[in-house]
Design a protein around this ligand. Structure first.
Ligand code: XMP
Length: 510
């Protein structure tokens, strides 16, 4: 109600985060006890409402895995060959398991060279594999220490540890508490790092690794729980492009083939994201994917209108990204003269989403935790690029300039990113299909290196929880209903930041 009055009073003004502040409310809520989980779709729940942007200087496997470990989600960008994107997703999905229900097994008839090739192609970090016959019965274990180039010509049957020497456990013995059973086994068997699960007939049913079990135990003691799928793997998203044939038609076969490969790797969400989501191109891809993958979470965008939200949700999107031009590296508003300041865009879109039931992702323009609090009074999650691009987990190397450390951060609509994207998707740069856009709508920039993603997220989520405490909101639904907006004058804005003092920078060591 307050949002209705406030935004209709300001109907002809586009507002963004710094234009408003939130009023405090009576509270019995302790910030650290607030719940910040959100539902992105029927199948996908995140434990923190933060998503890392599908940008080539923000999210590849390392960032996506770290986001999921902290309860969020990373969307792996598509400015790379399709095969490589699949490998990046596989790295995240294989990062940590409880019980690996369908372990990669090999035949005793294959050779070490075949195993090495498979590891290379699929980007596996592990080198130990159960060996099974054609009925999927365990016959041995190929240990990492023999998966070496020098043994390329050796047959797996001759290199494996035979069945009698492999540690196994019956499926029925782990039914009640799989992690507990595995934990006890590794405690009792010093030096053993793999435990294979079999059914009564000796068929392979799963695999535990000690390092995974140790990480899970450590994570259980933390406040924020990782975002995992039903088989205990970290969740991962990927962006998918609306690839076209040379004749300009949507390349349905190629899009579906790539999506199927991503689904086979266990992808949790596909994002069809372009600068203009309220368009036939994006809608058609969303419809295509929805028709083929009924249970897959689909994110689409970007839009800034109620009609845009309605259109994409009708096409089959579970979540819609909102934001045109608020991003730190965006020049869409300058180049195209188009876009709506982000808070107003979020308000308009959130009104439509109330009717469609679509989740709203506030994408771009978030520069501090207070912006996240404001964005979540209207949307369900936020997507950030700039805030994560300086983290260790972001792709790219560190540059030193005048004693300061930086990482590259560039808009996906910048000239170099567009060139890299088409070169990756269409072959060599000189043969690359020309982008649909002539003028760049993003810049190339640098971000000062900001340490680990864990620390950055701790600060951001801590700020979000403080905001919830001030509003007396114990969860994100209450944050939305309890928000009261106040327009801020330029003097009010100045007052909001530290002023009239010389700030001392305190380092962590202090
Ligand atoms: P922040 O503010 O978090 O914004 O750095 C990240 C978001 O910006 C969008 N994006 C672009 N927008 N031109 C644009 O107009 C670009 O080149 C560009 N690249 C990324 C995108 O929505 C991202 O999540």
């Amino acid at each position: 109600k307050n949002a209705d009055t406030f935004f209709s009073d300001n109907a002809r003004v586009g507002l963004t985060f710094d234009d408003i502040t939130l009023a405090t409310r009576y509270s019995e809520i302790l910030p650290r006890l607030t719940k910040v989980d959100m539902r992105l779709s029927e199948q996908l729940v995140l434990n923190i409402p933060l998503i890392s942007a599908d940008m080539d200087t923000v999210t590849e496997a390392e960032m996506a895995a770290a986001m999921a470990r902290n309860g969020g989600l990373g969307i792996i960008h598509y400015n790379m060959p399709e095969k490589r994107q699949i490998r990046e997703v596989a790295k995240v999905k294989n990062d940590v398991h409880g019980l690996i229900q369908e372990p990669i097994a090999i035949s005793p008839e294959s050779h070490i060279a075949d195993v090495l090739e498979m590891i290379e192609i699929r980007g596996f970090k592990f080198h130990t594999f159960p060996v099974v016959d054609i009925q999927n019965k365990l016959v041995g274990l190929l240990r990492g220490r023999v998966v070496k180039s020098r043994y390329r010509g050796v047959k797996v049957a001759d290199a494996m540890t035979p069945l009698e020497q492999v540690f196994t456990i019956q499926e029925s013995d782990i039914a009640d508490d799989p992690i507990g059973a595995a934990d006890r086994f590794f405690n009792d068997h010093m030096g053993i790092h793999k435990l294979i699960v079999l059914d009564k007939g000796g068929h392979l049913k799963g695999l535990f690794t000690m390092s995974d079990i140790e990480r899970i135990r450590e994570e259980e003691s933390r406040d924020v729980k990782p975002s995992r799928d039903a088989s205990f793997q970290l969740v991962c998203g990927a962006a998918i492009s609306a690839t076209r044939t040379p004749a300009g038609e949507l390349d349905r076969d190629r899009i579906l083939e790539h999506a199927s490969n991503l689904v086979s790797e266990g992808i949790d969400a596909l994002a069809v994201s372009t600068a203009h989501g309220h368009s036939a191109g994006v809608g058609d891809v969303v419809k295509l994917l929805r028709g083929e993958f009924k249970d897959l979470s689909l994110i689409a965008g970007n839009v800034t209108s109620a009609e845009g939200v309605e259109y994409l949700s009708k096409c089959g999107a579970d979540a819609v990204k909102v934001g045109q031009g608020p991003g730190s590296i965006c020049t869409t508003r300058i180049v195209a003269g188009v876009g709506i300041p982000q808070l107003t865009a979020l308000y308009v879109c959130s009104k439509a989403a109330e009717k469609t039931g679509t989740a709203i992702i506030a994408d771009g323009g978030i520069t501090k935790s207070g912006d996240i609090v404001k964005a979540l009074t209207l949307g369900n999650a936020v997507m950030c690029g700039s805030l994560f691009a300086g983290c260790r987990e972001a792709p790219g190397s560190i540059l030193e300039i005048n004693g300061k450390l930086f990482k590259q951060y560039r808009g996906m609509g910048s000239l170099t990113a567009m060139k890299a994207g088409s070169a990756a998707r269409y072959g060599h740069e000189s043969h690359a299909k020309k982008s649909d856009k002539v003028a760049a709508e993003g810049i190339e920039a640098l971000k000062e290196v900001s340490g680990s993603l864990d620390d950055t997220l701790r600060q951001l989520v801590g700020g979000l929880q403080s905001g919830m405490g001030y509003l007396g909101a114990s969860n994100l639904a209450e944050l939305r209903s309890r928000a009261r907006y106040i327009r801020v004058s330029p003097a009010g804005q100045r007052e909001s930041s530290p002023h009239d003092v010389v700030e001392l920078k305190t380092t962590k060591e202090d």
